[in-house]
Design a protein around this ligand. Structure first.
Ligand SMILES: Nc1ncnc2c1ncn2[C@@H]1O[C@H](COP(=O)(O)OP(=O)(O)O)[C@@H](O)[C@H]1O
Ligand SMILES: [Mg+2]
Length: 243
């Protein structure tokens, strides 16, 4: 099952604020690619452009999924989700008063996913046993780490081929960050996903990333073809590692 993303020369803006400037990157089938950058450098904006939530002012965003190539620009988020692309948004965006299971089921609105609800729900509960125990609990009463699991589970419920994860570490204690990152790697392996993950937490991101890009003021300033190459970059050393 092939699923890849190709982003070419994308510009995006919020009114007069330029948020992306000629961004090009790719994610090949089965890769986990890190999109690194500190606050306000355009990571979320790129995720929103891929999912059709914000229309780029220039460039192309091409997804190839199971042999079918589609230009995503101009398509609705619903169409894009239906193609098999899911986003775990920054800040999780769950429904706090709804139960774990209700939140998970809300992920399954994709046509193909509806038919597979029992199987995907079972998969979610296998991957996150804690969510099964807490299936009836309102999500708002759960810990940050558990909520991140619900957000990941909700994305899995739409049976994606390409998973976009926006800053999974935000607001979590270090031990939970590590666990969340490991869960993303586990889901990727089990479901055969292609993953693009935005992160500020460089050390955690490179534990599971095959390679990565560093965004600075909306531009790709560095591209590292391996975790080691990223760690060796002067830019990463300066901004992330304080060296
Ligand atoms: N809704 C918005 N309206 C205006 N400017 C925005 C909006 N969202 C983000 N920006 C600006 O776009 C830039 C990139 O933001 P963002 O993509 O959220 O960065 P990151 O996810 O890397 O923290 C920042 O300068 C930010 O202030
Ligand atoms: Mg962001």
């Amino acid at each position: 099952m092939a699923a890849s993303l190709l982003i070419e020369d994308v510009d995006a803006a919020y009114g007069a604020v330029r948020a992306l400037d000629g961004v090009s990157l790719k994610v090949a089938t089965g890769e986990t690619v890190a999109l690194l950058g500190t606050n306000g450098n355009g990571k979320t904006t790129l995720m929103r452009c891929i999912l059709g939530l914000l229309r780029p002012t220039r460039g192309r965003i091409i997804a190839t999924i199971d042999g079918q190539t589609t230009d995503l620009i101009g398509r609705s988020p619903e169409d894009i989700v239906n193609l098999g692309i899911a986003l775990v948004p920054e800040g999780r965006r769950l429904f706090p008063r709804l139960s774990v299971e209700e939140n998970l089921l809300l992920g399954a609105y994709r046509r193909a996913a509806r038919a597979a609800i029992p199987r995907n729900l079972e998969f979610c509960y296998d991957a996150f046993p804690r969510l099964k125990e807490r299936r009836a609990q309102p999500v708002g009463s759960m810990s940050g780490g558990e909520q991140q699991m619900v957000a990941l589970g909700r994305a899995v419920m739409c049976a994606p081929k390409i998973l976009l994860v926006d800053e999974p570490s935000v607001g979590l204690a270090p031990i939970l960050v590590a666990r969340t990152i490991e869960k993303i790697a586990e889901l990727k392996e089990k479901l055969g996903l292609t993953v693009l993950m935005a992160e500020q937490n460089f050390h955690q991101a490179i534990r599971i990333a095959d390679r990565g890009y560093v965004l600075v003021h909306g531009r790709v300033e560095f591209q590292g073809d391996s975790p080691a190459a990223l760690g060796d970059s002067d830019l990463v050393r300066k901004f992330y590692l304080g060296l």
